[in-house]
Design a protein around this ligand. Structure first.
Ligand SMILES: [Zn+2]
Length: 288
């Protein structure tokens, strides 16, 4: 009887242990199943690493997968003087760019048509009086001592010379843009012609932006000059500075010139900036 009792206890204990083991095993299986549903930090890193290495799919437009970092309007000044591989080189740049043409030069009208047909935006690069010497453009330049009629007539002659132009910016003009009377006449004429004005900011005393606002002309001003120094490294640095402004403020306006060094930097850097998430837009999109 004693022996039977011991056997029974051993039997019961063994059964209990077996049942316990089965229950524990089931619970562990269930837990590991749950764990598999939640991706671990290590696995996240592995996924990201594989994404970085994976080449971008060709059928996905790049703009849709790169986060936008800023909008840049780039104006290239002083077209009209030249008609060569440099001016034509600008017609191959892969971005929405705005070309500012001085009216009345040998190649002004021809370039305006070519650039417009190639899909670029055209504005009048209006010659205005400088402090110190004002060079060239005798038929078009706005001198501060002109009578009202002469100023109006010259502005309208500029529009007539470049019918593709949708706006203006100033060529030189350190005296003209600081002159309240000249800027008021200019603002009224621009308003009547339904165009916009970008202040090139050739003087810190410029009244352009405030006068344009007063008369309801859409306007904005230049943030960065790209090529005051015609050195490719310095132009590149200025362009990156422009991108920084765009990233900080959301939008930025840069001005460069029809120069071989500027062209070469833009050929190299524009595709790169686009890949980094910067968008180029016409100047007309950045006025308000
Ligand atoms: Zn100029």
């Amino acid at each position: 009887m004693q022996q039977d009792y011991k056997t029974l206890i051993i039997y019961v204990l063994t059964l209990f242990v077996v049942v316990l083991l089965i229950v524990l095993k089931k619970q562990q299986d269930h837990l590991s199943e749950l764990e598999n549903e939640v991706i671990s930090d290590e696995e996240v890193e592995l996924v990201l690493d594989s994404l970085d290495k994976e080449p971008m799919k060709e059928d996905v437009p790049k703009e849709t997968v790169i986060p936008m970092r800023g909008v840049i309007a780039l104006i290239i000044d002083d077209f009209g003087y030249r008609n060569d591989h440099i001016s034509n080189g600008f017609l191959e740049l892969p971005a929405k760019l705005t070309y500012a043409i001085i009216p009345g030069h040998d190649h002004s009208q021809n370039f305006s048509k070519k650039a417009y047909d190639a899909g670029y935006e055209i504005i009048v690069h209006l010659p205005m009086e400088n402090i110190g010497k004002t060079y060239g453009e005798e038929e078009y330049v706005l001198m501060s001592y002109f009578q009202e009629d002469e100023i109006k007539q010259r502005i309208n002659k500029s529009f007539a010379n470049l019918p593709e132009a949708v706006g203006l910016n100033n060529h030189q003009g350190s005296r003209g843009t600081a002159d309240a009377r000249v800027m008021t006449l200019l603002a009224k004429e621009i308003k009547a012609n339904k165009k916009f004005f970008i202040d090139s900011r050739t003087t810190r005393n410029s009244l352009a932006e405030s006068t344009m606002r007063k008369y309801g002309v859409p306007t904005n001003k230049r943030d960065i000059f790209l090529d005051n120094d015609l050195d490719e490294e310095k132009i590149t640095a200025q362009l990156l500075k422009l991108a920084d402004v765009a990233e900080r403020k959301g939008i930025a306006i840069g001005i460069g010139h029809v120069k071989p060094q500027t062209l070469s930097v833009l050929q190299r850097e524009i595709p790169d900036l686009k890949k980094k998430g910067f968008r180029f837009e016409f100047a007309s999109k950045l006025v308000y």
